[in-house]
Design a protein around this ligand. Structure first.
Ligand code: PLP
Length: 363
């Protein structure tokens, strides 16, 4: 079975740095893991070393086997109107933008007699979820006027650097702070949380302060990969090697690579790229798109090149590898966020903790 190798020392380093850094910016952190079945040891490190809570983006299908959270985690997606009992039961807060869903959530929370809070999402320009800024005060008023009311208004939130690639600036961050003030002055309702995400905010925070009212940041990619998405940077204080993907070699053969006379699309519906031709040494690796996002992996062995991917296999050209490789050898890869997330949620990739020194892989 493929492995997602988690180096707990490096993970702890990143959690500690981010906790300290964000505290200096008066922010608490929601650690974003997306997967309701995520590794419990990893979650507990986040909660023990300073993260306020955990954000999950999928509704678990049946009970999770993990020990329960001290507080229920946060649902960081818009709830589907068809899943509201599971949302109320499993999560303390959900992100919302539609009044019809909020009304139904309210009825559900009352019927279940279970506390639940709403974070109202605001679209500040990334064209993801959220009400428009000029609708925010009105929507909060409607939430507060629900009678009877079983849900709480927790505050407001926004996403940046996700859909439209919008980077943080004075204007989109400023809107959030002004809206918090406006809700309080116009409605006399306290705005406890003003949440922004995701890791793209770290670039801004290297140089500048965030507007005063912002007090929560949601971080995923930076915690695990040490990178700042959207601006494509490696954060200078974060470790980029928290996670490694490990698989083994199923076949090694010399094969003559020539374009077929007649050819169609490959298993994934794209036209095959022929690449280097002639007699090549090819390895078949024990993973495909059921296990991860193979194109997001970078082999740690110099000279290994991924040339084709299907549901079960990834084919690599190893002609230029100077390292002797044989069937059964373990090979390691670094990952981009897409590969990390898909390995993380795949039932065919097992999370393992790295033992130091680790001599299992070839390199
Ligand atoms: C995934 C996600 C994040 C985390 O973003 P990163 O860029 O990975 O830090 C934050 N907020 C929401 C709502 C998300 O879905």
């Amino acid at each position: 079975m493929n492995q997602l190798i988690l180096n707990l020392d490096k993970l702890r380093h990143n959690i500690r740095f981010l906790s300290r850094h964000c505290r200096e910016h008066h922010l608490n952190i929601t650690g974003i893991i997306k997967d309701p079945y995520a590794d419990w040891k990893m979650i507990s490190q986040m909660l023990e070393l300073g993260f306020e809570n955990i954000g999950i983006s999928k509704v678990p299908d049946g009970p999770t086997t993990k020990p329960v959270f001290p507080n229920r985690p946060i649902y960081i997606s818009l709830p589907s109107i068809h899943e509201l009992p599971a949302i109320v039961q499993g999560f303390s807060v959900s992100f919302n933008s539609e009044m019809t869903v909020i009304e139904q959530l309210n009825r559900t929370a009352i019927a279940m007699n279970c506390p639940h809070s709403i974070l109202l999402m605001v679209d500040t320009g990334d064209l993801r979820e959220g009400v428009m800024p000029d609708q925010v005060v009105d929507t909060v008023r409607k939430i507060h006027q629900l009678t009877p009311r079983g849900i709480e208004f927790a505050g407001i939130g926004t996403n940046l650097g996700c859909c439209a690639g919008t980077v943080p600036n004075e204007s989109n961050l400023g809107i959030m702070s002004q809206l918090a003030d406006r809700i309080e002055s116009k409605l006399d309702i306290e705005v406890n949380t003003v949440s922004v995400g995701g890791s793209v905010l770290l670039e801004w925070m290297q140089h500048k302060q965030l507007p005063g009212r912002i007090n929560n940041i949601r971080l995923g990619e930076s915690v695990f990969l040490g990178t700042i998405p959207t601006v494509n940077q490696v954060h200078p204080n974060l470790d980029a090697r928290v996670v490694t993907f490990r698989s083994d070699i199923l076949e090694i053969k010399d094969k003559r690579v020539t374009p077929p006379q007649l050819y169609g699309k490959d298993a994934l519906g794209t036209l095959p790229r022929v690449g280097r031709q002639g007699l090549r040494k090819r390895a078949i690796l024990n993973f495909g798109i059921c296990d991860t996002y193979p194109f997001g992996l970078t082999p740690l062995i110099p000279g290994m090149e991924i040339v084709s991917v299907n549901s079960n296999y990834t084919l690599a050209d190893i002609t230029e590898c100077h390292h002797p490789l044989k069937v059964g050898d373990f090979v390691d890869f670094t990952m981009n966020y897409q590969a990390f997330l898909q390995s993380f949620i795949s039932p065919f990739t097992r999370v393992c903790y790295q033992e130091e020194p680790d001599k299992t892989a070839v390199l």
